[in-house]
Design a protein around this ligand. Structure first.
Ligand code: GDP
Ligand code: ZN
Length: 459
């Protein structure tokens, strides 16, 4: 199927100095050729070659930009259409000029995600792979990047296809039972078979769903809050964490004063450190608000690092903070371990309950390795290190997997109660349909439009 020709500025991941204008569609090469002045005409060059030249405004004859142009003819392209990429070295204005010239040639500005959408519509990638492209763009750490890449390479799709095949086998077996009821015992046999085969599928679904939590954390970062009374060493800990890894700092606008989120990578676990602004401004009101402010922050916390000053006896405020974190995953740091210890270890143990306790010093860097290990242990208990698995991190995928799990569960339960297999067939079919939605075999146009509109422009 032929679509119209589209173009957009497509900034590479990581945002280098080069900007790319990307064209895709039947007219891509002709349009680029009209604006390009180089040693050879672009319409004559081999596919998948790069050419140096100039983009010239056809009306004024003025050179707009020096460029490198890649010509890639279908079908071996990202969109499976003719694709031209114009690499511009200049700033944003010259890139925009190039794009404007192209749009003057009866080319339409691509909608967000439209290149990826075409790759999907032209059968180049499936839906879960398309969604992975989006995740990749937003990936916060290397590990998150790996999950997205794995998905893009089709690990999840592969698994889903395999499970759908298994469900199809069950459906086929049920058909046999309906078509040839004269076989004695067929029903009992098929019920047993259904339970057996259905359970295998259910187990696989459970296994991949178990990775959902990790997948989500990998993608979005684990909301981590550092709490403790003033002067216990929160800022020092933050600096240590940020120093160790390449921190990404993002501002979340729209709050009375912008909350700063910092992403740090602790042994592959991305921590989203919340309200680091409050921690950084040592003497400001935030720290004076103390417990009530902490309470507010703790509402959204998935991990708490609670610091106490080991160099001083525990105070009432320390005890209150312990109360606040009873039901949240937390690690207790008895800080300033390089100084004489005054806090009662026994009392800390009693207050900490199941939370691990570490002796740390931000001065001698004692306990920091242990802290990293404790964080990794808390959340990934070995499962992440293995890699190479199908992780699910996308909310839509998780929802569909859960529903598919429910459907197959219903089928198994019915079979166990001896309900005739032709009645349970519907549930199996439903499970098969739901899994199909993950890879895009059974989705509606509306959903597809919705999904792709969420992509970044130029992807
Ligand atoms: P915050 O108010 O909780 O953010 O605490 P800071 O990180 O600003 O630290 C308060 C003071 O304690 C500073 O002078 C730090 O240098 C010092 N401090 C922090 N951690 C340690 C530690 O482990 N040992 C020692 N001796 N001093 C520390
Ligand atoms: Zn501080």
């Amino acid at each position: 199927m032929d679509y119209d020709t589209i173009a957009a500025i497509s900034t590479p991941i990581g945002e280098g100095a080069i900007s790319i204008v990307r064209l895709s569609g039947p007219e891509a090469v002709h349009v680029a050729d009209r604006l390009f002045h180089g040693r050879r005409r672009l319409v004559e060059v081999d596919s998948h070659t790069i050419h140096y030249g100039k983009i010239v405004d056809p009306e004024t004859g003025r050179t707009v930009e020096e460029v490198m142009v890649s010509v890639m003819r279908k079908p071996k392209t990202f969109t499976r259409e003719d694709v031209v990429e114009i690499n511009c070295h200049g700033g944003l204005t010259s890139v925009n000029r190039v794009l404007e010239l192209i749009l003057d040639q009866d080319v339409r500005l691509a909608e967000p995600g439209e290149f990826t959408k075409r790759a999907f519509l032209n059968g180049r990638i499936d839906l879960s792979q398309a969604e992975a492209v989006m995740d990749l763009i937003r990936a916060k750490t290397d590990q998150a990047m790996n999950v997205a890449i794995g998905q893009m390479e089709g690990k999840l799709s592969q698994l889903v296809r395999q499970l759908r095949q298994q469900l199809l086998d069950i459906l086929a077996a049920v058909e046999v039972n309906i078509d040839y009821p004269e076989y004695d015992d067929a029903e009992v046999m098929t019920n047993q078979l259904l339970i057996e085969k259905g359970t295998a599928v259910r187990k696989e679904l459970e296994r991949v769903l178990a990775t959902a939590r990790q997948g989500k954390i990998l993608r979005e970062g684990l909301s981590t809050v550092i709490v403790g009374r003033p002067n216990v060493g929160k800022s020092s800990l933050l600096n240590q964490l940020v120093h160790e890894s390449k921190a990404i700092v993002t501002n979340v606008p729209g709050t009375t004063r912008d909350v700063i989120e910092e992403y740090v990578n602790v042994r592959g676990v991305p921590l989203k450190l919340v309200d680091t602004a409050g921690i950084r401004d040592t003497e400001d009101v935030v720290e004076k608000i103390g417990v009530s402010r902490s309470k507010e922050l703790l509402k959204s916390a998935e991990l708490v690092l609670l610091l106490i000053n080991g160099n001083e006896p525990l105070t009432e405020e320390d005890r209150q903070l312990f109360q606040l974190i009873v039901s949240i995953p937390a690690i207790i740091l008895m800080n300033k371990a390089d100084l004489p210890q005054q806090a009662s270890v026994d009392e800390v143990k009693a207050l900490a309950g199941d939370h691990p306790i570490l002796q740390t010093s931000m001065v001698s860097e004692k306990g920091l390795e242990e802290l990293e290990q404790a964080i990794a242990n808390l959340f990934f208990s070995n499962s992440v290190a293995s890699g190479g698995e199908a992780y699910v991190s996308n909310t839509r995928h998780i929802a569909l997997l859960k529903q598919a799990h429910q459907a197959i569960n219903d089928a198994i339960a019915a079979a166990e109660q001896g309900i005739p297999v032709d009645m349970t067939q519907i549930d199996i079919k439903r499970s098969w349909d739901l899994l199909g939605e993950i890879v895009g075999d059974t989705v509606s146009d509306r959903l597809i439009n919705e999904l792709f509109s969420k992509f970044c422009l130029g992807k």
